[in-house]
Design a protein around this ligand. Sequence first.
Ligand SMILES: [Zn+2]
Length: 246
Amino acid sequence: MLDEHEYQRYDRQIALKCVDIEGQERLKATRILVIGAGGLGSAAAPYLASSGVGHITISDFDKVELSNLHRQTCFTENDIGRYKSEAMCDRLLTNNSHISCVPITSKQSSQLLTEAIIEHDLVLDCTDNKPTRELINEICWQQKTLLISGSAIRTEGQVGVFTANKNEACYQCISSQFSDAPSSCVMSGILPPVVGIIGSMQALIAINSIIAPNSVVTNAFYYFDGLSMEWIPYKVKPAPACKICG
Ligand SMILES: [Zn+2]
């Protein structure tokens, strides 16, 4: 149930037919795991918190560095040297004291990651490398947990929605077509608003999946070109030979 302060706080979104009081209560009852507190997490997590998602866990073992600040907008110069997950939780709770936020600062083994995913309703993958994304996908598939996967590099980004339902694609179905060569924002660079757009899109899909589950497009993969401003949607087909879902 929402209290008087929450009704006031969320008034402008409760006014939406697609949210209403019922949707707002569902947001409050939802637990989201955000894996990665970099640029994508910095964009996605504040919207989840300000929208009233009741519990958010932030998992990241990195600490804030000066070179993060141009795109990881949750952090300030005072956060340099702090664990990103702790600094991000502080930032979210400063905005909204009605929610709970728990940081995970240790590196997650497959076992620990599984335990964390089991405790949440959906996962936002905001990490920065393919092997970690594939591991998160494998566990989400096993646990039948909705996965909203984002990535951004240079001037482009991608968002994928994977529902872990039979006859629907998983992240591995498409990632097997990507290069295994390591690439990162450190090596290739990144234009800051691009991670903001991709992270915001992840938050939007997450909120939609809570307030209007039937609106979530399955087998969906979106490519964003930050120079031409084009969004290109793809329908992903399950790969029959996929080692996770095939
Ligand atoms: Zn697959």
